[in-house]
Every structure is written in C-alpha cells, then in structure tokens.
Write a protein that binds this ligand. Structure first.
Ligand SMILES: Cc1cc2nc3c(=O)[nH]c(=O)nc-3n(C[C@H](O)[C@H](O)[C@H](O)COP(=O)(O)OP(=O)(O)OC[C@H]3O[C@@H](n4cnc5c(N)ncnc54)[C@H](O)[C@@H]3O)c2cc1C
Length: 304
C-alpha cells in the first residue's frame, strides 16, 4: 500500500501523522497514513487499492466531533480537500439549489447563504466542521438540523463507484445519519429559499449570542459530548449530578456548560474517555438515565 500511496499521492501522503493536529480536542495518536484527496476519482482509486491490500480506510472531516484514540488509527485516513470544497449556487424557480463539496466548511455555506439573502441555515450559525461531517452528524442547533434542507448527496464506494442518493433514500435521526456502507460523501445538495435579509441576520445574531453565552470556547473541545436523552438535556443532568469541574488528568467537565469536556492542558484520549465513563456512570446512578455519546470514538481502543 505504501508504494501505491507514494506513487499516486506523492507529497499529499504523510505517514505516522499525529491526529491531535487534526482534531478540535487536540488529542489523538497517529494515523498510519494520512492522505489528502481532491476528487471523487482519487477517492475511488484509494478505496479500491485499500480493499485490494486489506488496509482499513477511514475519513475525517475537520475533526470537531471526534475523539481519536491515543493509539491512533490503523490504515489510511482520508482528508477531503481541493475541488471537493467548492460551493455551486443555482436558481431553480422559487428556490436556490446549492451543490456543496463535502470538504467545504459548514460556516462558509451558512455565511454565503445569509449574504445572498437565503433562509434555512440560520440555526447553524457557529457550528464548526465540514459539510460532510455536518451531514454525518445531522448537525443541528436551536430546533433546526441539516436534514431539513438537504435534497440529496453524492458519494463514492469501492463496489458501486460514484452514487447519487435522493432525499427519499437518506435516513436521518437525532444527531445521526445512516451512511450507506463504505460510502465516502463527496457532495451534499441543499435547497434554500429567499428570505428577509434583516430577519436572517437577526436570527443568526441571536444564535451567536446564545452560543457565546453558554459554550466554553477558550479550551479545546469537541462540542456536546452526549446526546440529549428524550425530554431532557444532558448538560442539566450532568450539572445536577455535581460534575462541573470534575477532572480526569487534564480532561475536565466544563464549568460553563456541563455537556462539554475541555482539554485544559495535555489531556489524553484515555483521560477524556475515562471522564466520559465516570460522568455516564454517575448520571446513571443518580437518575437512571443512560447518556449516549454524541461524539464519535475513532481508532484503536482495545489497549486503553
Ligand atoms: C465548539 C463546538 C461547538 C459545536 N456545536 C455544535 C452544534 O451546535 N450542533 C452540532 O450538531 N454539532 C456541534 N458541534 C460538533 C461538530 O462541529 C459537528 O458535528 C460537525 O458537523 C462535525 O463536522 P466535522 O467536519 O468536524 O466532522 P468530523 O468530526 O471530522 O467527523 C465526524 C464524523 O463524520 C464522518 N465524516 C466526515 N466527513 C465525511 C465524509 N465526507 N464522508 C463520510 N463520512 C464523513 C467522520 O468519519 C466521523 O465519523 C460542535 C463542535 C464544537 C467543537
């Protein structure tokens, strides 16, 4: 696999790349190989070469919703970039359709849409990450979520090649998207509608104010750690259990928002995972509610 990677990706492949450099938590061990791809054809070639050689293949967006193990990730980690980060806008009747490359920052889509006076994405003001990651997490806030404005996706899988999936074929849940097996998403299509520019700006300013007031933006973190259980807020349960400020090593339950874990120095992934387990156990004992992680745990955990 290494010779194949060197031949096809040259300077765009790095070996033993520390994933702490690519995650908002600033923790995570090395990827055996880290490759930046810029087209669907490159992804397909990589998927097929990896399948032939038996190397595992995984994909990372901007790394704002993941906890990568200290032991890192075996095989090849793919990072989308280049032309896969473009946004294309096209008017169609009353609506504007956007073809958004999966590598594009979600923030860019949200701010460009507002500048064009298009409504539908105001809820997402301040959500970090990529379009691909946003789709995978069905990212949402303040009552809105990405699934409300998605009309279809394009992706690549080693057995089928490029695939277009319509909205009717996509399955979303709360902070969940059922990704068809082996698919790497390359494009997400959105439909937005013209709105009142002043109302759009006001709604985004309100979202920003609420976010700034409650989120601990000073320390590295990965956003909300647990999903909200039905009819409850994970943060409220964690705070009520007296866990604000509780620490394992340099991983700490935020004093500002109890559903955030912050890295206050040199936390390891094992610290964060232990703290997550302690929080979930404490809430279970106090309230008999099981907290389910929202963040994705990636890499080799057996040895932790
Ligand atoms: C300060 C802060 C605030 C946040 N606030 C919110 C919020 O309000 N609402 C919310 O929903 N989230 C929030 N998040 C979490 C996170 O930003 C979102 O879930 C975001 O959409 C993740 O995007 P990403 O590119 O960083 O994905 P990553 O973390 O890189 O990846 C997430 C998952 O998506 C998969 N993936 C990524 N790209 C692709 C692709 N092209 N094809 C297939 N799989 C892919 C990865 O394999 C991984 O499993 C917050 C995070 C932070 C740090």
């Amino acid at each position: 696999m290494r010779a194949w990677l060197d031949q096809h990706f040259g300077m765009r492949v790095r070996y033993a790349e520390p994933l702490s450099r690519h995650t908002s938590f600033r923790v995570g061990g090395p990827a055996d190989a880290w490759v930046e791809v810029s087209s669907a054809a490159e992804i397909l070639g990589l998927q097929r070469a990896a399948a032939d050689s038996g190397a595992p293949l995984s994909v990372l967006g901007i790394g704002t919703n993941v906890l990568v193990s200290d032991h890192g990730v075996r095989g090849v980690v793919v990072k989308l970039g280049g032309a896969l980060g473009r946004l294309e806008w096209q008017a169609e009747g009353e609506r504007v359709l956007v073809r958004a490359g999966a590598a594009a920052p979600f923030k860019k889509l949200v701010t460009d849409a507002a500048r064009r006076g298009l409504a539908g994405l105001e809820f997402a003001e301040g959500i970090p990450g990529s379009i691909g990651g946003g789709l995978l997490m069905n990212a949402g806030a303040f009552g809105g979520e990405i699934s409300n404005v998605v009309t279809g996706i394009v992706g690549v899988a080693p057995d089928t090649g490029e695939r277009h999936l319509s909205r009717a074929e996509l399955r979303f849940g709360y902070r969940r998207f059922d990704l068809p097996s082996n698919l790497i998403v390359t494009r997400v299509d959105f439909a937005l509608v013209p709105g009142d520019p002043t109302a759009i700006q006001a709604s985004m300013a309100d979202a920003k104010r609420r976010r700034d007031a409650k989120q601990p933006l000073g320390w590295p973190n990965a956003g909300s750690i647990f999903k909200n259980p039905p009819g409850e807020y994970a943060g409220r349960l964690i705070e009520a259990a007296g866990l604000k400020g509780h620490r394992v090593g340099d991983a700490m339950v935020s004093e500002q928002h109890a559903n955030f874990i912050v890295n206050v120095g040199s936390a390891t992934a094992a610290d964060v995972k232990r703290l997550m387990e302690e929080v979930a156990d404490t809430v279970w004992r106090a309230r008999a509610v099981r907290l389910e992680p929202e963040i994705k745990l990636i890499g080799e955990w057996e040895a932790e």
